[in-house]
Design a protein around this ligand. Structure first.
Ligand SMILES: *Cc1c(COP(=O)(O)O)cnc(C)c1O
Length: 424
């Protein structure tokens, strides 16, 4: 980890050119890497030597960008994946087997909920979902003999629940398992979960990190803090010989790099959700301005939330940085400089008014995305959750009238003017 401040890391971390080399991170648009000795290539295959040989496993452009994200989060090792979904899938699959169990905070991104509630269940891994506001006792009660990880989102998409990171970290550690946090919405600019006890962080880099809605991508970062050896019996994949690599033991051979090395050497090798070097290059350009953009997203979001709160046609507004919000105190504790640019609100006219208002927006677009430079809205009841009736929506934590507003970094007066004319 470098000693630079966050803003400097956004720009400088991950890539340092040698004398006469390209100043800007090059795109290694190559599937393969040449060697002059067949014996050396053999050693690379055995993980006896580190080096590039096939882009599905490692690529220099991807590694530089992963190193930047690693530095921003304060971790020891990181990898890029083709999407946030792949990152959350690998983060769990790297330490579980059929017959295992995980504990998750219930306020999750819909895709992650489906992945953990349904897809990994078909692979024999069960998840228990707990209310993020549960007591310590209720949280303890969710653990089983076979529990291998705890998972939550710093700021849940779209529920905007701010997770009590310390509560979940303490429970995970008391049961001898790592705490994995999806830090997509907060980004390391606003919150570094490792400082609050998280062991592994994941990202959908598709959102603020890329920031321009140009590339789908993901990342996994390991803090290196979880001691797999102390809980050896729970994590045989990391602490016993891997026969596919002549019996190496990841924790013995790679120490704090064990988790990411295993995820690369086994999961990426076998499942192959690699990010393309071209996308990693674009992601890196996004990361260079992350600190500036996140600041403006948050400023604009608070201003839009304040405007909506005072509007006679608005029934309710959720923005964890706004005093009076249900999660204001937790947000002040874990991310005092800002939360994210996404807010939610409902209109007094309910669901029909929501749809009508959205149709009247001119600059703010209706899109299935959040967290990029352009302001956009989505009505979950009509879009992502349209198969549910009103009762089912409320049970899923999505009010039928809820409008998700991803506030962009346009001039705040233009954003508010558009909302104003639509509400009028
Ligand atoms: C979008 C999102 C994901 C999924 O990421 P993709 O890059 O779309 O696969 C996961 N977690 C959160 C919090 C997200 O917002």
């Amino acid at each position: 980890m470098s000693n630079y401040k966050t803003e400097t890391k956004c720009i400088q971390s991950g890539y340092e050119p040698g004398n006469g080399e390209a100043r800007v991170l090059p795109i290694y648009q190559s599937t393969t890497f040449r060697y002059t000795s067949s014996e050396q290539m053999g050693r690379l295959f055995d993980l006896e030597e580190s080096g590039y040989f096939y882009t599905r496993l490692q690529n220099p452009t991807n590694d530089a960008v992963a190193a930047k994200i690693c530095d921003l989060e304060g971790g020891v090792a990181a990898m890029l994946t083709s999407s946030g979904q792949a990152a959350n899938f690998y983060a769990i699959m790297n330490i579980v087997e059929a017959g295992d169990h995980i504990v998750c905070a219930s306020a999750l991104y819909g895709g992650t909920y489906n992945l953990y509630a349904h897809t990994i269940k078909k692979m024999g891994v069960e998840a228990t979902f707990v209310d993020p506001e549960c007591t310590q006792e209720e949280l303890d009660a969710a653990f089983q003999e076979n529990t291998k990880a705890v998972f939550g989102e710093t700021i849940a998409n779209p529920a905007l629940v701010v997770l009590d990171l310390e509560k979940f970290a303490n429970a995970a550690h008391a049961h001898g398992v790592p705490f994995i946090v999806d830090n997509t919405f907060a980004t390391p600019i606003n919150c570094r979960p490792f400082e609050w006890g998280a062991d592994i962080v994941t990202h959908s880099t598709t959102k603020y990190m890329d920031g321009h809605a140009a590339c789908v991508g993901g990342a996994i970062v390991d803090s290196g803090n979880f001691d797999w050896e102390v809980h050896k019996e729970k994590f045989p994949g990391l602490t016993t010989p891997d026969e596919t690599y002549h019996g190496i033991v990841y924790t013995e051979k790679f120490g704090k790099g064990a988790y990411i090395t295993k995820a690369t050497a086994q999961l990426m090798r076998d499942l192959g959700s690699i990010q393309s070097p071209q996308n990693a290059f674009l992601l890196n350009i996004g990361l260079e301005t992350l600190h500036l953009r996140v600041l403006r997203h948050c400023e604009n979001a608070v201003k839009v939330a304040e405007y909506l709160k005072n509007h006679e046609k608005v029934a309710w507004v959720r923005c964890p940085s706004l005093p009076g919000d249900k999660y204001y105190d937790l947000a002040q504790k874990y991310m005092p400089n800002g939360t994210c640019g996404v807010i939610t609100f409902g209109l007094k006219g309910g669901r029909d008014a929501a749809v009508e208002m959205m149709d009247r927006l001119k600059m703010v677009a209706i899109v299935t995305h959040v967290a990029d430079a352009r302001s956009c809205v989505l009505h979950p009841a009509s879009h992502t959750h349209r198969q549910m009736n009103d009762k089912e929506l409320v049970e899923a934590g999505v009010q039928p009238d809820l409008i998700r507003f991803s506030v962009g970094i346009e001039n705040i007066e233009d954003i508010i003017a558009d909302v104003e004319q639509a509400l009028r």
